[in-house]
Ligand binder design. Structure first.
Ligand code: TMP
Length: 207
């Protein structure tokens, strides 16, 4: 059985991940690919509970280390119970955020040590890395506006603008470090242009 492909979608707040996630999923299904769509933090019962804890803005303040470890705890469950079984059954996995988000939010946003993140990545994932990462990038103000329009802000969305600037810069740094894997797409252009770019990036994987 050929192993499935692992695709992740990344980007700051309000860059249009949700719309594009369902576009990508339909595109793959239309090409006869058996794909499961999932998200991080989350994707299993326990990981979704951890997500609730992480996003709840009424919590006691969460230490940076606790936040980082909770992200990887959720990820460990998700990999073991959803991602790995699907890939080994030949299914494709399309995931809304993965470890690049940890480099961006905990590494960039929270200024946590990159070596610590790398160490946890190796510990929890072994050799598992996405085959393709689609990174939607837009100026921070554009995304924040969109997120605010959606109403109630979660614990991350309530951060200040310089936090999101650091997140964006850290994402761009990841894209520079891994140009083969991470494809950067400007998200502040008409949706049809964004989606044509997505197709360009997906096509080589399908062949
Ligand atoms: P979202 O999936 O609705 O965008 O919300 C998830 C939030 O969690 C988002 O603000 C980014 C944050 N996050 C991290 O800080 N680190 C991570 O590793 C992941 C996967 C998400």
């Amino acid at each position: 059985m050929t192993r499935g492909k692992f695709i992740t979608l990344e980007g700051g707040e309000g860059v249009g991940k949700t719309t594009n996630l369902s576009f990508i999923s339909s595109y793959l299904q239309n090409h006869g690919i058996d794909v499961i769509v999932t998200r991080e933090p989350g994707g299993t019962r326990l990981a979704e509970k951890i997500r609730e804890l992480l996003l709840d803005s009424n919590n006691e303040s969460i230490s940076e280390s606790a936040e980082l470890l909770l992200m990887f705890a959720a990820r460990a469950q998700h990999i073991k119970h959803v991602i790995e079984p699907a890939l080994s059954q030949g299914k494709w996995v399309l995931c809304d955020r993965f470890t690049d988000a940890t480099y961006a939010y905990q590494g960039g946003g929270r200024n946590m040590n990159i070596n610590t993140i790398e160490w946890l990545e190796n510990l929890i994932q072994g050799t598992l890395r996405p085959d393709l990462t689609l990174l939607l990038d837009a100026p921070v103000e554009v995304g924040i506006e969109r997120a605010r329009d959606r109403g109630q802000l979660d614990r991350f969305e309530s951060e200040k603008i310089d936090f999101f600037e650091r997140v964006r810069q850290a994402y761009l740094r990841q894209a520079e470090l891994y140009p083969e894997r991470i494809k950067l797409i400007k998200a502040d252009q008409p949706l049809s242009d964004v989606q044509n770019k997505l197709i360009d990036m997906l096509r080589p994987l399908i062949r």
